[in-house]
Design a protein around this ligand. Sequence first.
Ligand SMILES: C[S@@+](CC[C@H](N)C(=O)[O-])C[C@H]1O[C@@H](n2cnc3c(N)ncnc32)[C@H](O)[C@@H]1O
Length: 451
Amino acid sequence: MTDAAAPPPSARSARPAPGVALALVQRRAAEVVLAVLEGRNLDHALASADLAGFDGAARAALSDLSYSTLRFLGEARGVVRLFAHQRPAPLVEAILWVALTQLGHGKTATHVVVSQAVAAVESVHRAAKGFANAVLRNYLRAPDDARERAAEHDDEARWNHPAWWIQRLRAEQPDWWEAILRGGNGHGPMTLRINRRRATREQLLRAFEAKKIEAEALSEYTLVVKRPRPVDRLPGFRDGAFSVQDAGAQLAAPLLGVADGMRVLDACAAPGGKSAHLLELAACELLALDIDAERCRRIDDNLRRLGLAATVRCADAAAPASWWDGVAFDRILLDAPCTGSGVVRRHPDGKWLKRESDIEQLAREQARLIDALWPLLARGGRMLYSTCSVFKAENSEQIASALARHGDMRRLRITLPGDPASSAGQLLPGGNRKTHHHDGYFYALLEKVAP
Ligand SMILES: C[S@@+](CC[C@H](N)C(=O)[O-])C[C@H]1O[C@@H](n2cnc3c(N)ncnc32)[C@H](O)[C@@H]1O
């Protein structure tokens, strides 16, 4: 979804960093996880972690451990509950979650994880050392059995998603809910969109091969890097030859059908992944808006790196009086703010940060944006409404009520690869069992017709 993003971290590569004790990394990861459970997003929690003495390897290990603990938090919480007669102090419990995730899903040697986690617990609460040791050793006696028992009456422990989320998906997607939840617990591949104005697939594959970087072409403009790594270490990145963008997100710009000279609005544009793609496809006159000034700067940076140009403005898209010049747009992309329920494999904090009540509030905001932007579209023009969500209130139900409110709105048929409900526009993460190459997105292409 984001441009210039770091590759998706993986618990498997988390190793004790030379120079920094694993115990300290585990403790900091536990603090990060607690900060997320208190409402901070993972990037902010990591950015404000106490990193005194941390080198690059220790930072990477901290990031890996924090991501993976959030990915498997339901299971880790269930296992602690199974073996603890009383609820431990929050930081002690969180260190156990981190260690259990390493034991269940990592590669670090078992005895190292246990001894370091016990040391980490001792550093925060000396008296809890024996308790921590007992929980981890009990788990290690029969890990599969412990996980199964923890999951027996606890959906969160089984599926690693909040109970309300599981119930909702089960009701809305009776055929797909398990695949969606499993997909959400996986790792997103590092997918690149080639900037066709700067490079070809063959040129990039040759440049990667020269650096012994394995990549697979999904299409003429989409590559998957086999072993994710920091994006700026890939040849061509600084020269704007490609962007990091999920294969599902790469469907948006082509669906909108832009052509040279069109007036195009990207209403919720930051950090600019889809804006850039629109400009790579056609020499259009693009206005890229976002309400967040900091994120607007990222649009500028990304466009500059890719050698593309647009007018970037920080504004509320739902208040056009403050930014619109009165000339209708031929195309509008409304990539609306949403729960992000389709991209949790890349943002595992999202599952624990969102409340069920957020869905209703976001659906109201999405409707406000649709209603404010629809009058700005020229007759015969098209709006692509998109979210990275799998919940119907933000997607099919949102569009059904928009169609009921606007007599001049018509939904066009689109075909999405791996869309199990054919033209329904819902791309499910893990819905395409063969590839798992995309996250969960929703697309509705709307045309303005005579009322
Ligand atoms: C899903 S993200 C957009 C991702 C972007 N289209 C891309 O492909 O890189 C949604 C964006 O909507 C912005 N946003 C939320 N409410 C907004 C509003 N009322 N007006 C403009 N932007 C808004 C957020 O700041 C956020 O950057």
